[in-house]
Design a binder for this molecule. Structure first.
Ligand SMILES: [Zn+2]
Length: 424
């Protein structure tokens, strides 16, 4: 029942720890961290020489697709994809079928996750019934059942009065509202970012303003209600500027960025690869630069994958008809280690923070640090591991990624949940 991780670089930015040490796990919890720890009798030992031992990574934006869309992903396959990608916990969005807008669906997800999941699963409940944007879902009941946040993600709640009431209702439970900030009228029929590239390709574009008007509204509503509003997948320089300003004024707003919005621009759409189609769309170089700066300075609280599995047929259509979104759990950490940490755009402790204590703090989740007594959720990295993205080898049921064939160095090496290695 014990596991001794020997000689790794223990990196726990939240606790100010960055030193080569041993870490002893007993009965699923972190027992001790120190030099020259002795393995108790019967303990398994892992030699982590040259590896980096971090608090378990948490993805607060995953679409697990179960119930209802098991052909895209299941709780079993999605949590295995998470483990393979270095995540020890995921928060799953409510746009399943039926929608997670009541206690029965929340209970179902949690029961399935207990039996078939290999990482921790925290459900996110819908804000409105059936994601229709007109009547509030059963927020109190869902919070009691275990929903850690509320979101109609995939859709923007366009009615500001309903959104205000959702924020006020959520206040007593301290449950954040996660906003898919995209004005559906400004985004109507758009298939990519509006700009030079959309004009040249002859595709209808969505202006940055579609996101920015909603980020502005949600900041105003957070200020009005005092509720905690989290903006999902921030993608524009203007939205970054508004978030920075709102945070400086003390408004209770937080935000996340996805690996694809941090690494790709709308230039990628020139490939006509349907895997470059997502909502919000890939933006411009200026937007990517603003996001990277905000990730480094903490305006962006965490990285989130927006893992959105789709079957091949849904992504095979002509570009304008293809489904939005890409899978992200199995590529996020490797991509960011190679493309942001290796060139020095973001340092390793900062990236680890945005993947562990950052998301834990945003959704008030356990984890994010390696304090003795805490559940032993760990992500161990090998910064020298070369990799090639091969979608055929994904544990996810879906393969929709624009990163197939990409190569790099630095990857998750072992994922441990409650003291048990769940990957490789
Ligand atoms: Zn979304």
């Amino acid at each position: 029942m014990s596991l001794l991780i020997r000689n790794g670089r223990v990196l726990d930015p939240a606790a100010g720890v960055d030193e080569v040490q041993d870490l002893l796990i007993t009965e699923g919890r972190i027992a001790r961290i120190g030099k020259g720890l002795k393995a108790p009798t019967g303990a398994r030992t892992v030699d982590a020489t040259g590896k980096v031992v971090c608090p378990g990574f948490i993805d607060i934006h995953t679409h697990l697709r179960e119930p209802g869309y098991e052909y895209k992903e299941t709780i079993a396959s999605g949590t295995r994809a998470a483990a393979a990608g270095g995540f020890t916990a995921v928060c799953c969005m409510a746009n399943t079928f039926p929608v997670n807008d009541n206690r029965a669906v929340t209970d179902y997800i949690l029961a399935k996750a207990r039996v078939e999941g290999v990482v921790r699963v925290y459900p996110i409940g819908a804000v409105t019934r059936n994601l229709e944007g007109s009547q509030l879902a059963e927020l109190a009941e869902q919070a009691e059942a275990g929903c850690v946040a509320f979101s109609d993600d995939g859709k923007c709640v366009m009615n500001a009065e309903i959104y205000r009431r959702a924020m006020e209702y959520s206040l007593p439970f301290g449950t954040p509202i996660i906003s898919h900030a995209e004005d559906c009228h400004l985004a109507r029929d758009a298939v990519m970012n509006e700009g030079l590239v959309s004009t040249e390709l002859g595709l209808s574009g969505e202006p940055a303003a579609a996101e920015e008007v909603m980020v502005a509204r949600d900041i105003v509503l957070a200020e009005l209600t005092g509720a905690h509003v989290h903006i999902a997948h921030l993608s524009t320089a203007g939205a970054v500027r508004m978030m920075r300003e709102a945070k400086a004024r003390g408004v209770r707003v937080t935000t996340e960025a996805t690996p694809h919005h941090l690494l790709l621009t709308d230039e990628a759409v020139r490939s006509w690869d349907p895997n470059t189609k997502m909502a919000p769309p890939l933006r411009t170089k200026r937007d990517v630069e603003a996001l990277r700066e905000a990730l480094a300075d903490g305006t962006i609280d965490c990285v989130a994958t927006d893992h959105a599995p789709h079957a091949l047929a849904e992504k095979e259509d002509e570009f304008p008809e293809a489904a939005d979104g890409i899978v992200g759990l199995e590529t996020a950490v490797s991509l960011l280690l190679d493309r942001l940490v290796r060139p020095g755009i973001v340092d390793l402790p900062t990236l680890v923070t945005r993947l562990s204590s950052g998301p834990a703090r945003v959704l008030n989740l356990p984890g994010g640090s390696l304090a003795p007594g805490a559940a032993a959720d760990l992500t161990i990295l090998d910064l020298e591991q070369p990799w090639t993205v091969d979608p055929i080898r994904f544990r996810s049921r879906s393969r929709n990624t624009p990163f197939g064939g990409w190569t790099g160095t630095g990857a998750p090496w072992m994922t441990i949940v409650g003291g048990v290695p769940v990957a490789p």
